[in-house]
Design a protein. Structure first.
Length: 389
């Protein structure tokens, strides 16, 4: 079949491919430890599940307004205003099936053929894929281990020019757990505001999974609210990946175009899912807080364990739930290491290059798994590498 040429520009997310390979090995009777997946291993909190079920019984089984049910848009606006210290009105909230479509819609709405979009590399693979699909020129900025997985802000500011349509930021950052400081964000905001047509896509999906300090949003800086698309959602902090619920906090002028894209694609987000979202935001936050505390405990276990393995070194992530150890001293490429771990240690992990060229020399291990499983995985990795020496 002849596919449209634009499909050649569309990438993918390797996590799903590795999961499929791991499942195939499991079908052969192997016991794989899953550290490849970017989703909490906790169940969705009970009161949220109950609200979703109740909504179905109450007849939330039909289309909703495209940008979302008013009650949810309002709950999101209140939560976003409180957490970011800048005013968001319900009219500037667009609810989407997961956080991912916000990237898609923002890029499709704003990027013209040849426009430059700067994005973090290593970084969430969909940024590069979608920038290219939208016709933009994907310009990577390296997240550097030597800077504790932040970026060279001076370099980034020099890269921002009239050709730059958008700068994608992700803090806390997948796959490294790096966090951009307030000072860095202030410098970036200044460089962005020197260009009349440059916007920021701030992917803040891990903003409540932070182990030190408070989250700071670039949208809260003077002049940035109307230049920033904030992406956030329920997948990670409420363990709701399968419900598909996210949102964009948009510059006012971008709401109508994004809603039009939504009408042309998904129509709206599932009604009962949206009502579960209202319960998530207005109900007890204790389960989410407990989950983050558990991730903090696992972070210590995995980072200490990795650093105890010869030729592997791992920085302590400040947010999200990923370790991104440096494996260059083993002499293997990232891909070889990920393959070795899956085939010989029965540990599913992702090659750093799944997150872009600057991911070479690293692998990503998600610590969304129990301490027992993480300890067992560390043991298996240690043994597999020792055998190879
Ligand atoms: C950085 C980042 N942004 C966005 C998403 C998408 O989240 P969702 O599942 O809500 O679409 C993910 C999911 O892994 C992510 O890691």
């Amino acid at each position: 079949m002849r596919l449209a040429s634009r499909m050649e520009r569309l990438g993918t997310e390797t996590a799903f491919e590795v999961l499929a390979k791991a499942k195939a090995l499991e079908a052969q009777g192997r016991s794989i430890i899953h550290l490849e997946i970017g989703e909490p291993d906790f169940p969705t909190p009970e009161h949220i599940v109950e609200a979703g079920c109740q909504a179905l019984r109450d007849g939330y089984t039909h289309y909703t307004p495209a940008p979302g049910i008013p009650e949810l848009r309002e709950a999101i606006a209140i939560d976003a205003t409180k957490r970011r210290g800048v005013e968001f009105s319900p009219e500037d909230v667009v609810v989407t099936p997961g956080g991912k479509p916000v990237m898609f819609y923002a890029l499709l709405a704003l990027v013209d053929e040849g426009d430059e979009v700067i994005y973090p590399n290593p970084g969430f693979p969909i940024y590069e894929s979608m920038i290219r699909f939208a016709g933009g020129k994907a310009v990577p900025i390296q997240m550097e281990e030597a800077r504790d997985f932040s970026l060279d802000v001076e370099k980034l500011c020099d890269m921002i020019g009239p050709q730059t349509r958008m700068v994608v930021l992700n803090s806390p950052h997948n796959p490294t757990g790096g966090v951009l400081s307030r000072a860095d964000l202030e410098a970036i905001a200044e460089a962005v505001q020197r260009q009349p047509e440059t916007l920021v896509l701030a992917d803040e999906i891990y903003s409540r999974m932070l182990y030190e300090g408070e989250h700071f949003s670039i949208a809260s800086l003077p002049g940035m609210r109307e230049r920033t698309i904030v992406l956030d959602g329920f997948s990670k902090i409420y363990a709701m990946t399968g419900w598909r619920l996210g949102y964009g906090l948009l510059p006012h002028e971008l709401v109508a175009p994004v809603v039009r894209l939504l009408i042309n694609s998904a129509s709206c987000t599932a009604a009962a899912t949206q009502m579960a979202g209202v319960a998530a935001l207005t109900g007890s936050q204790a389960p989410s807080e407990a989950m983050v505390e558990e991730f903090r405990r696992r972070r210590e276990v995995i980072i200490q364990g990795l650093n105890a393995i010869p030729k592997i070194s791992a920085k302590t992530p400040h947010g999200a739930f990923y370790a991104f150890p440096n494996i260059t001293e083993t002499g293997m490429t990232s891909r070889q290491m990920a393959d070795l771990l899956l085939n010989e240690a029965d540990v599913a992990a992702l090659s750093g290059t799944a997150f872009g060229v600057y991911g070479e020399g690293y692998i990503r291990l998600s610590y969304a798994n129990s301490v027992e499983q993480i300890e067992e995985a560390l043991d298996r990795i240690r043994r597999a590498l020792a055998e190879r020496q």
